[in-house]
Design a binder for this molecule. Structure first.
Ligand code: 4AD
Ligand code: MG
Length: 479
């Protein structure tokens, strides 16, 4: 008999048919009811064993976390909670799990802290919460590719090893083949990178944008979707040292087009998850409602997970400039009562407390802030006519903060060169980028979506470490 996935059996299984399923035991109650999960759905299938028909030694091995193959007839379930179950005729133990060992893991049926779960390299995938999170993570990735494919974008693979620091923040991880204890030195005693593998210092990419621009200026509209590395030593619930970023880049788009694209794109993802992940979403939604009930009213979510996703789909994002946002903040209660920790003044970068105020208290909806002071943004952003600001945009989401950063790019060679000088970026390092402005330059724009931040929004998880299978953060790359 061919194995069927539990998701298929639960949706299409016909009473009376023979069926074979394989999976991991979630629980074995009353020596009779085995709950089996195979990852195809959050739901378990109930397999009923008539213990009189089976060897006791075999039944003993049906323990939580063990893997089994069971076959039998699909029957209407007597119990509540499921329409059908399997009347088991044959059981095979594929892999045993020692109950004493299981007791020390997350497979023990009680509530575990996220910290404890994070230490369990593979077993956290077996929990309902993480099963739901990683199925939704997959759906978000698929929705992203589908959206761009349907809109006529090309998926462009940009390099992971690069000599550039596109964002200029100096947070790169260096890549070298040298023996760290004994690197070759030049006559001044400095490390001689001309002898290294690539003949120069290189690092892991912080962004595929500059390369994507080269693609967009020939292919029209492209996007990247790849791993991104930043050695930011910020141990927050929103930062990873290795995360995934999606960076569309579109020739002939200006900042307004860029905002429109971002908004449609984010709405599309939210709608895709609502339409295609209902079981997992409902589980995570209910989990959040339960957790909220334990919290003081002030700390509860105003909207719960499913309603937050619907809100994004149904409501226009609030758009305002950085300058307007500063004015709003200066009129705000926390500003007047000196409750903000960081200064609010034209020219300073907004802190997350300011962003959260705008999104969660003032506008209560996603916000697109634009036209930031040139000094606090990257060199490649297009200079506005006021001479002070650039055509930048950040999208801020409730509970997440910045989810997207983007801009219209500086397409004018002379201004771009003077920006390189301002930011002390040697032109000879970026000749390949500057060249795009010499051979038929055009206005163009793009943005970067932090994939894990989007998955946080889609799952309601509040720590970014809980939406990536193997988080890399300062002091943490064990598995
Ligand atoms: O705002 P950022 O730095 O923008 C860029 O890298 C541009 N090159 C994008 C572009 O215009 N093509 O990063 C974009 C997004 C952020 O808004 C955030 O969601 C996410 O990437 N991000 C991180 N996510 C997790 N961990 C980190 N350390 C992140 N740093 C940025
Ligand atoms: Mg940013």
């Amino acid at each position: 008999m061919k194995r069927e996935k539990i998701a298929d059996v639960l949706t299409n299984g016909q009473v009376g048919n023979d069926v074979l399923v394989k999976g991991w035991v979630r629980s074995f109650r009353a020596n009779r009811f085995v709950a089996i999960n195979d990852g195809s759905t959050i739901k378990n299938i109930q397999a009923v064993v008539d213990f009189e028909n089976f060897d006791e030694s075999l039944l003993k091995r049906i323990t939580t976390a063990s893997s089994v193959a069971v076959s039998g007839k699909i029957v209407a379930s007597q119990g509540a909670g499921q329409a059908i179950e399997i009347a088991v005729e044959h059981v095979e133990i594929l892999g045993d799990a020692n109950p004493e060992e299981v007791q020390k893991t997350v497979m023990q049926p009680k509530k575990h802290s996220m910290e404890f779960l994070r230490e369990q390299a593979h077993l956290r995938f077996r929990t309902n919460t993480f099963g739901a999170v990683f199925r939704i993570r997959h759906a978000v990735a698929y929705a992203i590719h589908k959206y761009f494919n349907d809109e006529g974008f090309y998926y462009l693979h940009t390099p992971i090893v690069t000599a550039s620091d596109a964002e200029g923040a100096g947070e790169t991880f260096n890549v070298t083949n040298f023996d760290p204890a004994n690197p070759p030195l030049d006559e001044n005693g400095a490390i001689d990178y001309s002898k290294d593998f690539f003949g120069k210092p290189v690092n892991l990419t912080v962004s595929g944008q500059l390369e994507a621009e080269l693609g967009a200026l020939a292919l029209g509209q492209v996007y990247t979707f790849g791993p991104t590395f930043r050695a930011e030593n910020s141990n927050t619930s929103r930062h990873l040292a290795e995360f995934w970023m999606i960076e569309p880049e579109v020739a002939f788009n200006d900042l307004k087009d860029n905002m429109d694209l971002t908004e449609m794109f984010l709405k599309y993802i939210a709608k895709y998850v609502l339409d295609n992940c209902s079981d997992d979403l409902q589980f995570l939604h209910d989990r959040e409602v339960k957790e909220d009930a334990q919290k003081p009213t002030a700390e509860r979510n105003e909207l719960n997970l499913i309603d937050r996703l619907k809100f994004v789909v149904d409501n226009e994002f609030k758009r305002l400039t950085y300058t307007e946002a500063i004015e709003v903040l200066k009129r705000s209660k926390p500003y007047k009562k000196k409750k903000f920790k960081y200064p609010v003044e034209w020219g300073v970068d907004l802190s997350s407390e300011h962003e959260r105020y705008l999104v969660e208290k003032e506008f209560k909806c996603p916000v697109i802030l634009s036209d930031y002071p040139a000094e606090i943004k990257a060199f490649y952003m297009r200079q506005n006519d006021d001479g002070k600001t650039v055509a930048a945009m950040d999208v801020l989401f409730p509970g997440i903060g910045e989810i997207v950063g983007g801009s219209q790019r500086e397409e004018r060679l002379d201004i771009l060169k003077s920006k390189c000088a301002d930011f002390e970026i040697p032109e000879e390092d970026l000749w390949w980028y500057l060249d795009t402005r010499k051979f038929g330059t055009v206005p163009h724009a793009g943005f970067g979506l932090g994939f894990e931040r989007m998955v946080m929004f889609a799952t309601g998880m509040t720590n970014i470490r809980d939406v990536i299978p193997f988080p890399r953060t300062p002091q943490n790359a064990e598995f």
